[in-house]
Design a protein around this ligand. Structure first.
Ligand code: SF4
Ligand code: SF4
Length: 397
């Protein structure tokens, strides 16, 4: 009989009661100038209503406090982060604090001056959304004519400043044929990384699934093997499809970095200063844990019941295929925000692996209860009682 260690024993601890807070995700604006068909936060356009932005001084103080918890990396995202007017001052502050900074943007607001400052501030990587090599297809999916030209120009300008770049492609059924042309475009632009994200069934993405515009799991697995087996060898750009470890080829599992949820080591700060697990708090408000304008981020990280519960339950109380998966201690059930948005339960199985299991496509050898495999004994609690559920939040509020 093999013995599996307790769930959190491998987590680096910041204090006896809390793991390290490795990354802060700063959602700098609730607004966006694009209307992407799949957007998981579905932000209103700039100028719609009044947007309450947390004060610069409050935000920077929270970052300084978070450094006491181990903070090393800050991701600037949104909505569209460049809609926040003082983003350049924030970049300079983060550089002075010696933090690693990554940015995710739709690329439409990065002009030559902005690219120069990003370069000067030593940003580690800027990820720009680009869904096709064909401008008309990208603009249609992003709901804005001219978005493609601006994003490509941003990639050029950032490259000229020596900034590390990544292209993020959101994958629908209708742009599968654009994977290879986009890889070629990335090669031409000297972009080292193309990350392909299948649409998630959250926010506007739910409608994408309802209309059947998403890529089915069997097709995703085929694309994944094609990318790793053929496409990657043909381009200098590294191409990867975001799929949970359990669905990856054996070669990829032992090689490159994989799609893993870092939910136990991250915290999100929304545009108005609300603290949440990540951007999920923009739509699932019961997961919010206070506001940096009134609450100490260190106390939230150490003591908030949602985080304490999460540390207890993930991954030991993951349900369904995730609960039986041999990779759960590494994968943590892929994206927990997506699981919550879809099922109202932070412990529910990740939709891709659930679909794969229903279609008999999940490799049985990657499950603890696979036939012919010695039954493992877990030093943990019953996996049937789920972690934080939407119904519990509603009952408490
Ligand atoms: S996916 Fe990104 S770029 Fe598109 S609407 Fe949402 S926040 Fe804006
Ligand atoms: S079954 Fe769950 S834990 Fe296993 S690889 Fe898939 S998402 Fe990750």
């Amino acid at each position: 009989m093999c013995k599996i260690p307790r769930a959190t024993s491998y987590q680096l601890q910041a204090t006896p009661d809390a793991p390290l807070l490795g990354s802060l995700y700063l959602y700098l604006s609730e607004r966006c100038n694009l209307r992407c068909r799949h957007c998981w936060v579905a932000p209103p356009p700039p100028g719609a209503g009044t947007e309450k932005l947390v004060d610069f001084a409050v935000l920077t103080e929270a970052v300084i406090r978070a450094k006491e918890l181990g903070l090393g990396t800050v991701k600037l995202t949104g909505g569209e982060p460049f809609l926040r007017g003082d983003i350049l001052a924030l970049l300079r502050f983060l550089q002075l604090e010696d933090l690693i900074v990554d940015i995710e943007s739709n690329g439409t607001m990065i002009d030559a001056d902005m690219a120069r400052v990003i370069g000067e501030c030593g940003v580690r990587q800027v990820s720009i959304s680009l869904d096709a090599a064909r401008a008309d297809q990208h603009d249609r999916l992003r709901g804005s004519p001219g978005a493609h030209a601006l994003a490509v120009e941003a990639l050029r300008l950032l490259g000229a400043e020596g900034v590390a770049r990544q292209v993020i492609m959101s994958l629908y059924e209708e742009n599968v044929a654009e994977i290879e042309p986009l890889a070629a475009l990335c090669d031409d632009l000297g972009v080292p990384s193309l990350k392909i994200n299948p649409i998630m069934p959250t926010g506007r993405g739910k409608m994408v699934f309802q209309r059947g515009e998403n890529v089915a799991i069997e097709e995703l697995i085929r694309i994944d093997r094609w990318i790793d087996g053929e496409l990657n060898g043909e381009y200098k750009t590294d191409i990867s499809l975001s799929m949970p470890i359990g669905l990856k080829s054996l070669e990829r599992i032992t090689g490159a970095p994989l799609y893993e949820c870092h939910i136990l080591n991250i915290l999100g700060i929304l545009a108005d200063g609300t603290v949440s697990l990540c951007g999920i708090g923009q739509t699932e408000t019961e997961l919010n844990m206070g506001n940096i304008a009134t609450d100490d981020i260190r106390e939230i990280w150490r003591r908030h019941p949602i985080l304490r519960r999460l540390r207890e339950d993930i991954p030991s109380r993951l349900a369904g295929v995730c609960g039986r998966c041999i990779f759960k201690y590494r994968c943590l059930g892929a994206c927990r925000a997506c699981a919550y948005a879809a099922d109202g339960d932070l412990g529910s199985p990740f939709f891709m692996c659930r679909e794969a299991e229903h279609k008999n496509l999940f490799p049985p050898s990657r499950l603890y209860d696979a036939p012919g495999i010695e039954k493992c004994h877990f030093e943990e609690r019953e996996p049937t009682r789920m972690s934080f559920r939407r119904s519990e939040a509603t009952e408490k509020s």
